[in-house]
Design a protein around this ligand. Structure first.
Ligand SMILES: [Mn+2]
Length: 328
């Protein structure tokens, strides 16, 4: 793999903003934390700026650093126009939330490093380094740092390992390769504790999130002969359980554990009252197409859109469409 375009981008700039997709996950945050340290080692001034807060259980890799959660332009430094924007773990600039609106138009240029498939050609006209075969953005960054001769410290190794473990489903998803294991081997040799990472990722959720999950799961309804599952989380459930919105991120995956369920749909309302619909599919069903018809986007198997209309009407429409196209 050639890293020339990334290296040239990094060499062109001494001030960088690092960002990732909305509701950043462990791969996005692991990549951001590792990149931040790499850029500081290279003598560059940089900071992480995201549209949404990081889940609390992921802060163990960088306990002293809180990424800037951007809601207004007043939070940006006065010299923002002297910065370049490095976008990680997403290749559609429409999925950057407030960072797309407030940072992207002000910076000198932007560059994308990602491993997702893309079907949006206009976004790829931006300079980018995309390896669709890579298990995770963290895997790409490991190889990039090696190519650039940036030494890894334990904290960077831990951040990269966290992203790889998360995005490979603990080394079992289809893009997990011998290279992924070789990188994991190197990271563990540097001192990363796989058990500590696992424990922080999967055994450190709050009690309130467990209570929230029980409420959301009890909202589960099955449609199209059990092939479509719908869950819903109105904001009163957040209030009732005292959990935070981002603690519901993974609930959409629970129905897909059933062999029969092909599509999982999750309507969730944040504390400000905004509804978002997330869609996941197994197999050939294209949920990005559904999301696009409501002004959203994503990938064939993972997509979403924001909605203001009553969700009952949208649910009925989506189910009718799925039934017609895939299940009739
Ligand atoms: Mn990823």
């Amino acid at each position: 793999m050639q890293y020339g375009s990334v290296r040239a981008f990094l060499e062109r700039h001494s001030k960088l903003v690092i960002t990732a997709h909305e509701t950043p996950d462990a791969d996005a945050l692991g990549a951001e934390f590792a990149m931040l340290r790499a850029l500081l080692k290279l003598g560059k001034s940089s900071f992480i700026c995201n549209a949404d807060p990081a889940p609390e259980n992921l802060s163990f890799v960088e306990p002293l650093h809180r990424p800037l959660v951007l809601s207004s332009e007043q939070q940006l430094p006065a010299d923002i126009a002297e910065h370049a924007l490095l976008i990680l773990d997403v290749n559609d600039v429409h999925n950057l939330g407030s960072v797309g609106r407030l940072v992207l138009p002000r910076v000198r240029e932007h560059f994308i490093i990602d491993h997702h498939d893309s079907d949006n050609e206009t976004d790829l006209s931006a300079p980018n380094h995309i390896e669709q075969g890579a298990s995770s953005t963290c895997e790409i960054l490991y190889l990039l740092f090696q190519d650039m001769g940036v030494p890894l410290d334990l904290s960077m190794a831990q951040a990269l390992f966290m992203g790889i473990v998360f995005d490979t489903g603990s080394f079992i998803y289809p893009k997990t390769t011998a290279l992924t294991f070789r990188i994991a081997h190197e990271l563990v040799a540097l001192g990363v504790s796989p058990n500590q990472v696992y424990s922080n990722l999967y055994e450190s959720h709050s009690l309130s999130s467990l209570v929230l999950m029980s409420h959301v799961l009890s909202s589960l309804s099955l449609h199209c002969g059990g092939r479509v599952a719908i869950q819903s989380m109105p904001r009163r459930l957040l209030e009732k359980s005292q959990a935070r919105y981002e603690e519901a991120d993974q609930f959409i995956n629970i129905p897909l554990r059933s062999k029969e369920v092909r599509v999982s749909i999750f309507f969730k309302q944040n504390a400000e009252g905004l509804w978002r619909c997330s869609l996941r599919s197994k197999g050939p069903i294209d949920v990005a197409q559904i999301a696009r018809s409501y002004g959203g986007g994503g990938h064939r198997t993972a997509a979403g859109f924001k909605c203001t209309r009553p969700t009952a009407a949208i649910q009925a429409e989506i189910l009718e469409g799925l039934e017609k196209k895939y299940f009739s």
